[in-house]
Design a protein around this ligand. Structure first.
Ligand SMILES: Cc1ncc(COP(=O)(O)O)c(C=O)c1O
Length: 382
């Protein structure tokens, strides 16, 4: 019997196994460039808000085809500070989904506001735009869609509703670097877009990091202050701020990695296509890509009836999997206080029982993809 615990979401333990992810493969490829970048940062001796942060902000804004980018401490902080920049606070409501990473919602509650949930669509796992309007009240300030797994939410409808009700739109693009909605970059469609550089993301740092993008000069100015003690200049705080800065070392790494993002996203797309071909015809719901979307496959999430048994079977065959996410936020102990009950969000709740994320990352080999698909088929076809 293998030590299955060690491979779920962890590093590769022997060559016949397929780890859920393996960050060492990418580090190895970039070693020379990264070492050179580290050396230059050390030689400069400037570790906070230096030239790498400034240049990475410019390069990320240009990559996303937007005006401004503000480097912050994490994706959670990108969301939290964006809400603060929009003036969100106690007594306000923010509409989002229960099928997301916890930080989407903790950013809202840390801003002092009330998260209000809308269920997701079963095919693309993003906010069900038909269900938003009846959740809008006088207290609603922001709609916060999540571009989950790398597929954008239906932004056209969301913007229409936001304009009609005078609401801001903050996009949680933490899983969607390079994704597009009708040709426009995810994160640049609403008022503010928030990115995470958590190491496993499509663009990941070697620690924590995040970014907010916007084309609104006023929001930009606010965010620059909010991330740095509210300062307009050293020791002069104009507003109440915080410390949430992207650091120089991470920015230097991210500047190198940004140059590879399109190539890596393309490889993710090719792996997704291969999975689609190999798993076609089995009784498994495969990821769907709407006609207006460019999916960047941060995760490849399948839906199956016997999810837990399949997961166990894959574990026994050395294949790492994860579940994104096993407990919808309204059912998490920390958020019981919001007062939702079982059955309030049936699509999210059913999803939590059926979804399974299988390995997808640019360094995954074709042989490994074939191994994963063969194993899934073996299980399904008995
Ligand atoms: C959808 C989503 N939102 C927010 C976050 C928070 O990002 P971070 O971990 O960088 O704080 C993440 C990352 O885990 C995420 O996947």
């Amino acid at each position: 019997m293998r030590n299955t615990k060690s491979i779920i979401g962890k590093e590769k333990t022997n060559t016949s196994e397929v780890p859920f992810f393996d960050l060492r493969r990418q580090c190895e490829k970039l070693k020379v460039e990264l070492e050179d970048a580290f050396r230059r940062v050390f030689e400069k001796g400037n570790f906070i808000l230096g030239e790498n942060v400034r240049l990475f902000e410019e390069e990320f804004a240009s990559y996303s085809d937007t005006k401004f980018a503000i480097g912050v401490g994490s994706g959670t902080e990108a969301l939290h500070l964006s809400l603060k920049a929009c003036g969100v606070g106690p007594g306000d409501e923010v509409i989002t989904v229960p099928n997301t990473a916890v930080p989407t919602v903790s950013a809202i509650s840390f801003a002092g506001a009330m998260p209000v949930f809308v269920d997701i669509t079963p095919d693309i796992h993003t906010i069900d735009v038909e269900k938003i309007e009846k959740k809008i009240t006088k207290k609603t300030k922001v709609i916060l869609p999540v571009h989950l797994y790398g597929h954008p939410a239906e932004m056209g409808q969301i913007l229409k509703l936001a304009r009609a009700h005078n609401l801001k739109v903050i996009e949680d693009s933490c899983q969607a670097h390079g994704a597009k909605y009708n040709g426009k970059d995810a994160g640049t469609i609403g008022d503010l877009g928030c990115f995470s550089f958590y190491p496993t993301k499509n663009l990941g740092a070697y620690g924590d990091g995040g970014m907010v993008v916007t084309s609104d000069g006023e929001l930009y100015e606010k965010l620059v202050m909010l991330r740095n003690y509210g300062e307009v200049k050293k020791f002069t705080s104009k507003i109440e701020g915080f410390n949430s800065r992207l650091d120089e070392i991470q920015a230097a790494i991210l500047r190198i990695k940004l140059r590879y993002l399109d190539e890596w996203n393309k490889r993710r797309g090719n792996i997704a296509e291969l999975y689609q071909q190999l798993l076609k015809g089995s009784d498994i719901q495969l990821p769907h890509e709407r006609e207006w979307a460019k999916h960047v496959y941060h995760l490849f999430v399948i839906k199956v009836n016997k999810r837990n048994a399949l997961r166990h079977y894959l574990e026994e065959h050395g294949i790492g999997t994860q579940i994104h996410y096993p407990i919808p936020i309204h059912q998490q102990e920390a958020y019981k206080k919001l007062g939702y009950k079982e059955g309030d969000f049936p699509v999210s709740e059913k999803n939590a029982e059926e979804i399974l994320s299988i390995p997808i990352y640019p360094e995954l080999t074709t042989v490994e993809v074939e191994t994963v698909a063969r194993c899934i088929k073996e299980f399904h076809d008995g």
